[in-house]
Design a protein around this ligand. Structure first.
Ligand code: ATR
Length: 278
């Protein structure tokens, strides 16, 4: 890809950032749509994060993604934050406004919904209760998404109950903190913890009471089929793997910075999977 002096520039800020899949993802779209632009990995050490964010307008950046460990810090450093970032309490996408203002968004809820809508087209959040396992940053985005989609009840289970209660307090809505996963009548089961990831123990969950019509999804995508998804699939539940969440959360940022709404296609999935060594 050859870029000119007029190229639009964006990137991803993290520490470390070498694990990030975002440069490969945005690079694919830049190439596909023949855009005069670049998306760079930006490794910013903790004592430089504020200076780095403040420098974005001066350097002419259109914006950046923010990844671990800066999503909450970035939230506090924005000039403006969108409703989704406010609800989730974290920023993953920054757009530099025309006046040089830093506007923070959180697109993880778009990623969650886009992935489930695409992977389980008949599913409707409003049709019944959802069971969410975990209460970290990813859980906040999932719960926010379910609230935006009018889920009537969100059951929330976390190893550390106090964190689930804090999440329920911060976000509000029809959240019910439970002391163990309650799977009766649910239309959706989501794992938002890191359990099931390569090198981690699996999420131990007895699926006996889960309706076989319930959609089961995982935010973990290495491996693509986690032990939870494999167990759900074996008993006939529809499953949605976590890779699509990464792909769909990137759409609004790319569109804001580069002016084209990119498509999530089977070819893109295959390209990202080959980068995971899968
Ligand atoms: P993220 O931003 O990716 O959600 P996080 O904020 O560190 O990451 O949250 C990780 C989630 O995985 C938490 O819900 C955590 O449970 P605790 O709040 O009890 O720590 C959950 N988690 C991680 N390892 C776990 C384990 N071994 N058993 C149960 N839950 C685990």
């Amino acid at each position: 890809m050859i870029i000119t002096g007029k190229a639009r520039v964006a990137g991803v800020i993290g520490w470390p950032v070498s694990h990030s899949r975002s440069p490969r993802l945005h690079g694919y779209w830049l190439d596909k749509y023949q855009i005069d632009g670049a998306y760079l990995p930006l490794a910013v050490p903790p004592d430089q994060i504020e200076a780095a964010l403040r420098a974005l307008p001066a350097l002419g950046f259109r914006g950046v993604n923010v990844t671990v460990p800066y999503k909450e810090v970035a939230f506090r450093l924005m000039d403006e934050v969108s409703l989704d970032a406010k609800l989730i309490g974290a920023v993953n996408t920054i757009v530099v406004g025309e006046n040089g203002k830093l506007v923070g968004h959180n697109t993880d809820h778009v990623g969650f919904f886009g992935n489930v809508a695409n992977g389980a087209p008949g599913w409707q959040a409003s049709a019944g209760p959802a069971m969410v396992v975990g209460a970290g940053g990813a859980a906040r985005a999932v719960v926010a998404s379910l609230i935006f989609l009018h889920a009537p009840e969100i059951r929330l289970y976390n190893r550390t109950r106090a964190k689930a209660e804090a999440l329920a307090r911060d976000i509000g809505g029809p959240i019910r903190v439970v002391s163990e996963p309650e799977l009766d009548d649910v239309t959706l089961l989501v794992n938002t913890t890191s359990l099931g990831m390569t090198g981690q123990p699996p999420l131990e969950l007895d699926l006996t009471r889960l309706p076989t019509s319930a959609v089961v999804t995982d935010i973990v995508y290495t491996p693509l089929i986690t032990p939870l998804l494999a167990a759900a699939r074996a008993r006939g539940n529809p499953i949605v793997d976590g890779l699509g969440m990464l792909l769909h959360q990137a759409v609004p940022g790319f569109e804001a910075w580069f002016g084209v709404k990119p498509e999530v296609t089977p070819e893109l999935r295959a390209f990202m999977l080959s980068g995971l060594g899968a």
